[in-house]
Design a protein around this ligand. Structure first.
Ligand code: KIV
Ligand code: ZN
Length: 573
C-alpha cells in the first residue's frame, strides 16, 4: 500500500501546503531604506500576552506589570479585553479609578465588532483621560468563511456599523481623548485590496481621523505564514494605496510562528509603518508576539534613541519571569542568561583583546563600541556584574586570564597566559563541566602562589648596609624538606640579595631578568602581588607568584614559589 506523502492532501494530488501568493510590487522601496528613528511602541503584554499565559495575571499582578511598562516608557498599552473577562474589566476600571495611568499614556482595550461587547468596552473606559478602542474583525477568507460564515460585504457592513456605534458611544459616554484602532485579522492572509477596502470603511465610519488624532490601522500577521520581505511588501503596498495616509498610523503586529517576527517587523518598519505592537520577551499566543525587547534593542544597537529604557534588563526580565511564571530562554537575544557569554577559547581571547583596545575604536572604526562577538555593550542593558566569559573545557587562556583579571584584579603577565590556560583547561577537562571563577582562582593559587615543593620561606629580613645604603644584607630563614636553614647574602637590592642567598643553598640555578608587580585592592587593604619569571640555564622560564603587604616580600615569595614549581616539575613546560 502506498503511504500518502506528508505534503499531499489526498490521492488527487492536491498539495497539502503551498507558497503564499506573491505580492506584485516591482518598485518596492524598502530594501534600500535604513532605520533612522524609533516607531511608536505599543505593548500588548496585558492582552495578547496575558491571554496566552497558562496562569493569567491576577489584577494585582496586572497592576505591577502595567507600572513596569510605564517605567520602561510605553505610551500605548493595551490593558485587556474588558468585554471578554470580568477580571479585565475590573482591572481597567481600577487603573482609571485609582489614578494609576500617567498623563502621557493611552490605555487601549480590545473589542470584537459586536454591539453588546462594544457597549461593555465603552463602559470600561468611562473617565479615562486618554484611551484607544481597538476593534478587530476577521477579514481573511479563511476566517470569514470557516469561522464566521460571512463574506466580504457582510464583514464591511458589520465593521461599519460597529465603528459607528463606537464613535457614538465615545461621543456620548466618554470625555477623554479617545482614539480608534482597527485590525483586519489575519491581514497577511487577507486579499490586500479587500484589506484596504475594509480599513477605508472603518476610517470613514469613525469619521474623526485627522493628522493630529490619526486612526491606528493595525495590520497583523496574526499567524506568521509569509517571509518577512513579504510582510514588508504588503505594508509598503498598503501605505501607498490607503487614501488618507497622513491621517492614519500604520501599526505592525507580528506573531512568531515561523520564528521571524523580529525580522518581519524590522523590514515592515522600513516599508513605512509608524507603530509596533508586541510584548516583552515575546509572550503571546503560540510562539508569541514579536519581542519588543529585541526590536528596540536592535534599533538601540544602531544608535537610535528608542524611547524605551532597558538599561536594567535583568530587573525587567526578573519581574516578567516572576509575573508570568515563564522563564526566559537561555539564549534569548539581549535578555537570555547566555546572550553575552563566551565559552569558547577563541571568542574569549578576542573579546578580551577587543575590550582592552576599546579606546582605539573611535579612531579605527568611527564608533565607541566595536568588540569582537559583542555587537552591543552589555553594560548598556544593565548586565554589568555578570560574567561575559565562562570557563569550561572549550575555553582558552584568554578566558582564564580574563576571569582572574575581572574577578580578582590580577594582571597576569602575557608570558604566563599559556601556562595558566593549560592548567585551567586540564582541570575543566577532567571535571567535564563549567568551572566557577573561584575554582579558576583556586587553581591559580595552588599552582602559582602556593605550589607544593621542598621550599618553605620562614622569613626574609633585607637590611641596608650602615655605610652604603645601596648595599643590602639579606637574612633568609627557610625550610628545605622541613629542615630550617639561616642564610645571609648581600646584593645591590633586596631581590638580588635573596637570589644570592638561594645560590648558597642547594637550589636549582636560575636568573631573574625582570619581573612584574602590582597592587591588588586599594588603600590600606591593598596587597602587593609579584609575578617573577625564573630563567633556567637551558633558557626555560618558570613563573612563580607571591603576595604580601610589602612588594619585596611578595617578590621573594614568588621566587620560592617558582623554585618549588621547578623542583616538582609542575610548571607544565
Ligand atoms: O494577532 C492578532 O491578529 C491580534 C488582533 C486582535 C490584533 O491579536
Ligand atoms: Zn495578536
Amino acid at each position: 500500500m502506498d503511504t500518502p506523502s506528508r505534503t499531499q492532501a489526498g490521492p488527487d494530488g492536491t498539495p497539502k501546503y503551498a507558497l503564499p501568493p506573491a505580492i506584485d510590487l516591482p518598485n518596492r522601496q524598502w530594501p534600500s531604506k535604513r532605520h533612522d528613528h524609533a516607531p511608536l511602541w505599543c505593548s500588548v503584554d496585558l492582552r495578547d500576552g496575558n491571554q496566552a499565559l497558562p496562569n493569567p495575571l491576577t489584577p494585582s499582578q496586572k497592576l505591577e506589570y502595567f507600572r513596569l511598562l510605564c517605567d520602561i516608557g510605553f505610551k500605548h498599552i493595551e490593558v485587556g479585553f474588558p468585554s471578554a473577562s470580568e477580571d479585565d474589566f475590573a482591572s481597567v476600571r481600577s487603573l482609571i479609578e485609582d489614578n494609576h495611568i500617567p498623563g502621557d499614556v493611552f490605555i487601549m482595550s480590545l473589542v470584537q465588532c459586536r454591539p453588546h461587547l462594544i457597549e461593555r468596552t465603552l463602559e470600561s473606559l468611562v473617565d479615562a483621560k486618554q484611551g484607544i478602542i481597538h476593534a478587530y474583525a476577521a477579514t481573511s477568507d479563511l476566517h470569514m468563511q470557516q469561522v464566521f460564515r460571512t463574506d466580504r460585504k457582510g464583514a464591511i457592513d458589520m465593521v461599519t456599523q460597529s465603528v459607528k456605534q463606537i464613535r457614538e458611544g465615545c461621543d456620548s459616554m466618554l470625555d477623554g481623548d479617545i482614539r480608534f484602532e482597527f485590525s483586519p485579522e489575519e491581514f497577511t492572509d487577507t486579499d490586500p485590496e479587500f484589506a484596504v477596502e475594509i480599513c477605508e470603511a472603518a476610517f470613514e465610519a469613525w469619521g474623526k481621523g485627522s493628522v493630529e488624532k490619526p486612526v491606528i490601522l493595525n495590520l497583523p500577521a496574526t499567524v506568521e505564514r509569509r517571509l518577512p520581505n513579504q510582510y514588508a511588501d504588503l505594508i509598503e503596498w498598503f501605505c501607498g494605496k490607503f487614501s488618507q495616509r497622513d491621517k492614519v498610523l500604520i501599526s505592525l503586529h507580528a506573531h512568531n510562528d515561523q520564528g521571524m517576527a523580529v525580522a518581519a517587523t524590522e523590514l515592515a518598519l522600513l516599508a513605512g509603518a509608524d507603530r509596533v505592537e508586541g510584548t516583552l520577551f515575546g509572550h503571546g499566543e503560540r510562539t508569541g508576539n514579536v519581542d519588543l525587547v529585541v526590536v528596540a534593542s536592535n534599533l538601540f544597537s544602531c544608535g537610535i534613541d528608542t524611547g524605551l529604557d532597558f538599561s536594567d534588563l535583568p530587573k525587567v526580565a526578573g519581574t516578567v519571569e516572576r509575573l508570568t511564571g515563564m522563564p526566559i530562554y537561555y539564549r534569548q537575544p539581549y535578555a537570555g542568561r547566555y546572550a553575552f557569554t563566551a565559552f569558547s577559547g577563541s571568542h574569549q581571547d578576542a573579546i578580551r583583546k577587543g575590550i582592552i583596545k576599546l579606546n582605539e575604536a573611535p579612531d579605527k572604526f568611527g564608533v565607541g563600541w566595536k568588540v569582537p562577538y559583542l555587537h552591543v555593550d552589555p553594560d548598556d542593558l544593565g548586565r554589568k556584574f555578570e560574567r561575559l566569559i565562562r570557563i569550561n573545557s572549550q575555553s582558552g587562556k584568554g578566558g582564564a586570564v580574563w576571569v582572574l583579571e575581572q574577578d580578582f584584579g590580577l594582571e597576569i603577565p602575557k608570558d604566563m597566559h599559556r601556562e595558566v590556560g593549560q592548567i585551567v583547561q586540564v582541570f575543566a577537562d577532567s571535571a567535564s563541566r563549567e568551572i566557577s571563577s573561584e575554582e579558576v582562582h583556586q587553581l591559580f593559587n595552588e599552582h602559582f602562589l602556593n605550589p607544593e615543593g621542598p621550599y618553605e620561606l620562614v622569613g626574609y629580613w633585607p637590611r641596608p648596609d650602615d655605610a652604603d645604603p645601596t648595599l643590602i644584607h639579606g637574612e633568609v630563614k627557610i625550610r628545605i624538606q622541613g629542615v630550617e636553614q639561616d642564610i645571609v647574602a648581600d646584593g645591590n637590592g633586596p631581590i638580588s640579595a635573596f637570589v644570592h642567598a638561594m645560590r648558597a643553598i642547594d637550589a636549582p640555578e636560575f636568573a631573574i631578568d625582570d619581573y612584574h608587580e602590582q597592587a591588588v585592592g586599594k588603600g590600606a587593604e591593598a596587597t602587593a602581588m609579584a609575578f617573577v619569571p625564573l630563567r633556567l640555564p637551558n633558557g626555560k622560564v618558570v613563573y612563580g607568584a607571591g603576595a604580601d603587604t610589602n612588594i619585596d616580600q611578595a617578590a621573594v615569595r614568588a621566587i620560592v614559589a617558582g623554585l618549588n614549581r621547578m623542583t616538582t616539575n609542575e610548571n607544565g613546560k
